[in-house]
Design a protein around this ligand. Structure first.
Ligand code: EPZ
Length: 417
């Protein structure tokens, strides 16, 4: 069993460089299948989720080559093997982002219906609503989503919820549809904007990404992009910012876009953490007495749900009462039972968690239940006195590149086994 062993209780100090954004990379790698020419992606994080997706598109017929583990050469297939192995596709929910590109470029797609995961049921009704509106035929067969489409035709679709994945799948499919597509109530996450910028680099005509409405004029081919660089990972950056605060340290985080982590910066400042911004760095210093704060997760630009578990750990170390309300996923408090093993005092009622901060947490053996819960447990171990062992560490390696190296460079006593 993969395990991370931490001897905590010391402040993190020093500087750390953030890798490319996992969630932008996954969407952009799927979009790259629509290119008529090979292309190069820069700043792609060398993490398990990316490696699994690359394996999947390899079985579909793409040729992939890593150059020094940050630069990725992708040669899209001329013909596809539509059925990627079920066991492989099932491993990665984000493989559902293959639907739009494959239907648009090849007229057929088959991906595993992503099972629910530990944070919620993860439906795909909004993806299907948009793809069907464009003219695709979508069926569920033996745990797979099987889609077929002729030349898709632009349409107007309203998303009942600003779903990131649904926005991305529909936007990608619309790029090669005939005529105009208007998508309303879309997700505004930076990763959606990065995907739109990549699509336009390939020759697409996408306007309005980052606002409530995206308009796409369909084109006949996408062959303009030779090279594209992925944005930094705002959630990895936020994770290191919260680790600095939870250990009462002083950390300079480099290769960030401060605007993308504004909600995290604002919350840390509200808790009396010092955060200094520059063009591409943030410095987090927690030397003063911190204050409890309340958090409500919302779609971007609200507080990100992917930072909720990490912030919970910080609030566990701040005496006083803090409240977290999780508005995005129905089951994203699984980390609570594990944090209680470290001495945290948390009460969960539905989508609300009430935290009574304590002066010290103490090391124990805990288990990650999902990617961000795992990251939160690593932060908790760093903030706890004594040894903490985080089991199911594979969850953490899905989304954090060079975790041991980066934390060791900040003075952490950590071993990734
Ligand atoms: C993306 O997931 C991210 N994953 C998630 O990051 C992130 O937590 C989430 O967006 C929200 O920001 C990737 O980008 C690969 P959603 P996604 O569709 O697209 C409901 C991480 O840790 N919904 O925005 O699956 C859904 O139930 C991961 O990096 C529908 O109702 O999220 C949820 O309540 C975890 N119908 C809400 O929308 C649909 O068709 C948000 O889901 C789709 C979604």
């Amino acid at each position: 069993m993969q395990e991370i062993v931490i001897n905590g209780g010391n402040p993190l100090e020093g500087r750390v460089t953030i890798s490319g954004a996992k969630n932008a990379s996954l969407a952009i790698i799927c979009a790259a299948l629509m290119s008529d020419k090979p292309l190069v992606l820069e700043n792609v994080p060398y993490i398990n989720d990316v490696k699994v997706l690359l394996e999947i598109i390899g079985t579909i017929g793409a040729k992939i080559h890593w150059q020094d583990y940050k630069v990725l050469y992708i040669e899209p297939p001329k013909e596809i093997n539509v059925q990627a192995p079920y066991e492989l596709v099932k491993k990665l929910r984000a493989s559902n982002l293959l639907l739009g590109p494959m239907l648009a470029k090849f007229g057929q797609a088959s991906v595993a219906l992503p099972g629910g995961c530990n944070i919620g049921s993860r439906p795909m009704d909004l993806h299907f609503k948009g793809l069907k509106c464009l003219g695709a035929d979508i069926k569920l067969e033996k745990g797979r989503i099987v889609g077929t489409a002729g030349r898709m035709v632009g349409c107007q679709v309203y998303l009942d919820f600003p779903s990131v994945g649904a926005t991305e799948n529909i936007m990608m499919a619309a790029c090669l549809a005939e005529g105009q597509t208007i998508i309303e109530n879309v997700a505004k996450e930076p990763e959606v904007v990065d995907l739109a910028n990549f699509l336009n680099a390939m020759g697409a005509k996408v306007r309005g990404a980052g606002t409530d409405v995206i308009k796409i004029e369909g084109v006949n081919s996408l062959d303009q992009c030779q090279r594209y660089s992925i944005i930094p990972d705002r959630i990895e950056a936020g994770t290191y910012m919260v680790a600095a605060a939870a250990t009462r340290g002083d950390v300079l985080i480099e290769n960030v876009i401060p605007k993308h982590i504004e909600p995290v910066i604002a919350k840390l400042r509200e808790a009396n953490v010092d955060v200094e911004e520059s063009e591409d760095t943030v410095r987090v210093t927690a030397r003063k007495e911190l204050k409890p704060v309340d958090i409500k997760t919302m779609p971007y630009p609200g507080f990100p749900t992917d930072m909720q578990s990490q912030m919970m750990v910080l609030l566990c170390t701040i005496p006083g009462t803090s409240v977290i309300i999780e508005n995005i996923f129905e089951n994203r408090f699984q980390v609570v039972d594990e944090l209680k093993r470290l001495g945290a005092r948390i009460k969960v009622e539905g989508r609300m968690a009430v935290i009574e901060g304590v002066n010290s947490l103490y090391g124990a053996s805990v288990k990650a239940t999902d990617l961000r819960a795992g990251a939160a447990l690593v932060i908790a171990g760093l903030a706890s006195k004594g040894e903490t062992r985080v089991g199911n560490a594979l969850y953490v390696y899905r989304g954090y590149q060079d975790l041991e190296y980066k934390l060791k460079s900040l003075g952490a006593d950590i071993k990734c086994l």
